[in-house]
Design a binder for this molecule. Structure first.
Ligand code: ADP
Ligand code: 3PG
Ligand code: MG
Length: 389
């Protein structure tokens, strides 16, 4: 596993330690609603502080598409970090530029600064050379602990470590990376009765997960926007329910999956909670009956067979909430949480939003959604490849 250095192999004292974290936490009306990713990042930050490093933290938040947008500011995260670390966390006005360079230059050993959202610049996702250079100018040492973003070959996860290594600087992984890889191992290699639950809204990754799971899991319970795609593939009328991601229609892919040898392992909802597009009502229905225009499937309630399968499983993986939990459509996810509580399975749940939706679940919690899917489907993560130098 260790084809790359880890934090303990690297001298940190007096160094500007540029740390890529995944602090992409759910925020509602300016308030953080789940701290899993922040809590998971603390060990590495504390270690750097305690070893006399100057901690320069960087992350993305949401998908602001290369534009500065206050809604996606990391400021609330800086406050949360400050409280949890018990030390001052300076908030930089941007992630690159003269003012930021000066702030980093003025840090003394053990001090912490959080750079503003990397994705306010298009160069981050494009892995642009000059953006990479600007970030590199802030670092003597680079650490990556952003497991949740390790499937992205962006500037901060790929270009920067590559360049720094080429320039003879030390690069390595933080504590969370190895912990995460260990959590997923029994899911990747396990056998026995197995259930995968795939909900949420990020279809590119979630559909890839369903495609993989039809050959590696016995039952795939769908929820969220993922289930809308499958309902559409079966010809259901789903009213105004969303079934797209960035205008891409995954219905053809869903049809292909259903036609595969084990396509019948994919469970299409038989009970959903309908809402208006303004989230004004809660009405249980069978989605085979028509969902009206102006209404959506806002939650998926697992069937008695789903619950039974979960109780009897030895291996369960869960990505993405069953419904629009932040608007109160939590019943489907909570029913799964209860069933998991009664099962003896090895359970891992992954993703930025699910941890909030599935509060109280008796499981290993991973900070990775798309990253974990990439890891368990391909066995590789671009950011880890970059750490090999
Ligand atoms: P995760 O971060 O756990 O991997 P995603 O980011 O893919 O999950 O999806 C989380 C989002 O999915 C939440 O914001 C939730 O509101 C949304 N969602 C869940 N069910 C539905 C639905 N039926 N219609 C629209 N959005 C949904
Ligand atoms: C996630 O929430 O899955 C990670 O933070 C990655 O975010 P992204 O899918 O917007 O790259
Ligand atoms: Mg998410």
């Amino acid at each position: 596993m260790s084809e790359y250095k880890t934090i303990k192999d690297i001298e940190l004292k007096g160094k500007r330690v540029l740390i890529r974290l995944d602090l992409n936490v759910p925020i509602k009306e300016g308030k953080i609603t789940d701290y899993t990713r922040i809590d998971a990042s603390l060990e590495t930050i504390k270690y750097v502080i305690d070893h006399g490093g100057k901690a320069v933290l960087m992350s993305h938040l949401g998908r602001p598409d290369g534009q500065k947008n206050e809604k996606y500011s990391l400021k609330p995260v800086a406050l949360a970090l400050e409280e949890k670390l018990g030390v001052k966390v300076l908030m930089a006005p941007d992630c690159i530029g003269e003012e930021v360079e000066k702030m980093v230059e003025l840090l003394t050993d053990g001090e912490v600064v959080l750079l503003e959202n990397l994705r306010f610049h298009p160069g981050e996702e494009a892995n642009d050379e000059s953006f990479v250079s600007s970030l590199c100018s802030l670092a003597d040492v680079y650490l990556n602990d952003a497991f949740g973003t390790a499937h992205r070959a962006h500037a901060s996860t790929y270009g920067v470590p590559k360049r720094l290594a080429a320039d003879g600087k030390e690069i390595g992984a933080g504590f969370l990376m190895d912990k995460e890889l260990q959590i997923w191992e029994p899911i990747v290699e396990g056998s026995g009765n197995s259930v995968a639950i795939v909900g949420g809204a990020k279809l590119k990754e979630k559909m890839k997960a369903v495609k993989k799971f039809v050959s590696t899991f016995d039952r795939i319970i769908t929820g969220g926007v993922v289930s809308n795609v499958f309902m559409r593939a079966l010809g259901y009328t789903i009213g105004s329910s969303n079934y797209l991601e960035k205008d891409k229609d995954y219905t053809p892919m869903a049809k292909e999956i259903l036609d595969e040898e084990n396509g019948d392992r994919v469970i299409i909802p038989s009970n959903v909670v309908c809402a208006t597009t303004e989230f004004e009502k809660k009405e249980a229905m069978n989605p085979k009956e028509k969902i009206d225009e102006g209404c959506i499937s806002a939650d998926v309630i697992p069937s008695a067979d789903d619950i039974e399968a979960i109780k009897n499983a030895s291996r369960i993986v869960w990505f993405g909430p069953m419904g629009v939990y932040e608007k109160g459509y939590t019943a489907g996810s909570l029913a799964l949480v209860d069933a998991i509580g009664e099962s003896k399975a090895y359970v891992v749940i992954g993703g930025g939003d699910l941890a909030a939706a599935a509060k109280g679940v008796d499981a290993k919690i991973s900070t990775g959604g798309g990253a974990a899917i990439e890891y368990i489907t391909s066995g590789k993560l671009d950011a880890l490849e970059a750490l090999k130098g």
